[in-house]
Design a protein around this ligand. Sequence first.
Ligand SMILES: [Zn+2]
Length: 170
Amino acid sequence: MNPLADFRIPFVGLKPGVHDFQMRVDPEFFACFPHSDVNQVHGEVHVELDKLDTTMTLRLTLNATLTSPCDRCLEEVKLPLQATDRISIRFGEETVLDDELWILGTKEYELDVADAVFQLVHLTLPTRIIHENEEDCDLDMTEWQDDSPENDDDTEDFDPRWAALKGLDN
Ligand SMILES: [Zn+2]
């Protein structure tokens, strides 16, 4: 089964009102996106669709856990990923999907939230993945890292443009 099938919401048949959906994010989900550099994320996205006569609103609530090697000690670390997103939906002639506003053309009958969920997870990823407390890091590993040479490459900042300018000065 296509893991992304669960991320489609057929809205045409839904009555006006609030509808709730629960969607699972796991490595299988991220594998569907070839440009993904995430895989060890497990969790759920709660999707609330508020349907009115002429507009709709999507609210996404991400509740997941990232499992990854710690950037400091390389031991596995688990970090919570929590985020929300809100998308307004209007109807028009042509389908135009922006980050926060989706215009749905007349042929549309379902909402595909897979990309929105994928982006929400990526926006939530921390820039550094480390144990929150340094004491939690594997110290043996940290010491080993400290002993290793800091900079393998001795190349100094060398900008050929500066060299050229110096040449002009002389
Ligand atoms: Zn660590």
